[in-house]
Design a protein around this ligand. Structure first.
Ligand code: NAD
Ligand code: ZN
Ligand code: ZN
Length: 397
């Protein structure tokens, strides 16, 4: 089959590789019909390249048709149309029963040291081949795959249940958003776009979203979200306080993550330092003026006293300086983590199935391309160029 493979830092290549086959009775094989590129793939693309091995199949946002099931699969059957959560969880362990599927104790690789196995994260999370391919092996298929109707609607109606929607839903939940809340969303990639829309959908009175890329600000505005261009503002806390009740928002959602995306100088410094241990890399990054926590520091600065910060962006590193006094003095609540995908599906599924498309899932993908276009798409998406916001790949086109 054809698959997108990691071949080195910032080097993806589409290769012909062996088809996957059933390895356990609870496995299923999916013929992938749509698969998307995520901001998390960008971390593996460059900064977290140390965890990758040449030839690893990447990607974790996929849906398709069940091609084959193992003898232990009870519910799923050949021909079912399914969306695959990026987290592999058993649904039965202590963590899964508490809705913490991203901490599943059955699929975690090293007991107590890592979260659940994820598709396409190489040895970082369970060495499972990714979904940017024509076929995908899905472990624990009954617990994982979400069956959606074969109703002739386009894949994009359902595809984002694999990651973007549950991640954004959790970000809004962890932000404590309720009717009348005020929320700032930092970052208007796919996760930020959907976090802003879901916050509004769940009753927030004010949603202000902040990014640096004009097309991304424009997409949010099209969905009735107030925006601010970070590049236009020197003292963000002042401006945000002025706009939100004189004291700042109840909650800030950080949907940026560790890279100051799209800045070529920052990118170059990251590229050099990503191969070094954190303790060595961190002082170098600081010396070079690279604050990879800029968005997180913004979040701590602008949230109102007693407010909440919900971090869905991914951060790595141990030695990053954190303003602990400010966190303490402002009495903040901070929540973070990988999305517990399965936990939110019963909330999200009816919303995406609503013919009125309240979250605008059909207006998120900026590009629909073939698998062969993946190397180009990674580059444009990483550099935030040419309106690349969310790329959906068709492996059979
Ligand atoms: P993305 O790269 O498209 O989005 C990041 C956005 O942040 C970009 O639009 C960029 O312009 C903007 N940005 C950069 N610096 C900023 C700043 N200082 N202030 C405001 N905006 C800034 O990626 P995405 O797909 O939307 O993912 C966002 C983050 O969420 C990534 O870190 C990704 O790894 C993470 N993620 C987490 C989960 C989870 O389970 N928690 C799931 C999916 C993605
Ligand atoms: Zn993703
Ligand atoms: Zn489990």
């Amino acid at each position: 089959m054809r698959a997108v493979t990691w071949q080195g830092n910032e080097k993806m290549s589409v290769e012909t590789v062996p088809d996957p086959s059933l390895r356990a009775p609870t496995d299923a094989i999916i013929r992938v019909t749509s698969t998307a590129i995520c901001g998390s793939d960008l971390h593996l693309y460059s900064v977290l390249g140390t965890f990758m091995e040449r030839g690893d199949i990447v990607g974790h946002e996929a849906m398709g048709i069940v091609e084959e099931v193992g003898s232990g699969v009870r519910k799923l059957k050949r021909g079912d149309r399914v969306v695959i959560p990026f987290v592999v969880a058993c649904g039965e362990c202590w963590m899964c029963r508490r809705g913490l599927q991203s901490q599943c104790e059955t699929t975690q690789v090293h007991a107590h040291d890592t979260g659940a196995t994820l598709f396409g994260y190489s040895k970082l999370y369970g060495q499972l081949a990714g979904g940017q391919a024509q076929y995908l092996r899905v472990p624990l298929a009954d617990a994982g795959a979400i069956v959606v109707p074969d109703d002739g609607r386009p894949d994009e109606r359902y595809l984002f249940m694999s990651d973007v929607l549950p991640t954004a839903w959790q970000a809004v939940d962890y932000a404590g958003v309720e009717a009348g809340s005020t929320v700032v969303v930092l970052g208007l990639g796919p996760i930020g776009q959907m976090s802003a829309r879901i916050a509004k959908y769940r009753g927030a009175r004010t949603v202000l979203a902040i990014d640096l890329v004009p097309e991304r600000l424009a997409l949010a505005e099209r969905h009735g979200i107030e925006t601010l261009n970070r590049a236009d503002v020197a003292d963000l806390a002042d401006v945000v306080r002025d706009r939100i009740d004189g004291r700042g928002p109840d909650a800030v959602i950080d949907a940026v993550g560790m890279e100051a995306h799209g800045n070529p100088i920052v990118g170059a410094v990251h590229k050099v330092t990503s191969w070094l241990p954190d303790a060595v890399a961190e002082p170098m990054l600081l010396k070079a003026g690279v604050d990879r926590l800029r968005a997180l520091h913004d979040a701590i600065g602008i949230v109102r006293r007693g407010g909440t910060i919900s971090i869905s962006g991914v951060y790595g590193g141990m030695a990053d300086p954190m303003p602990m006094l400010q966190i303490f003095d402002k009495q903040l609540t901070i929540r973070a983590g990988q999305a517990n995908v399965h936990r939110w599906i019963s909330d999200i599924h009816p919303v995406v199935a609503d013919p009125g498309d309240p979250l605008g899932v059909l207006d998120l993908a900026s590009h629909r391309l073939s698998l062969d276009d993946a190397p180009m798409a990674y580059e444009k998406f990483q550099k935030k160029q040419d309106g690349f916001i969310k790329v959906v790949l068709d492996p059979w086109q």
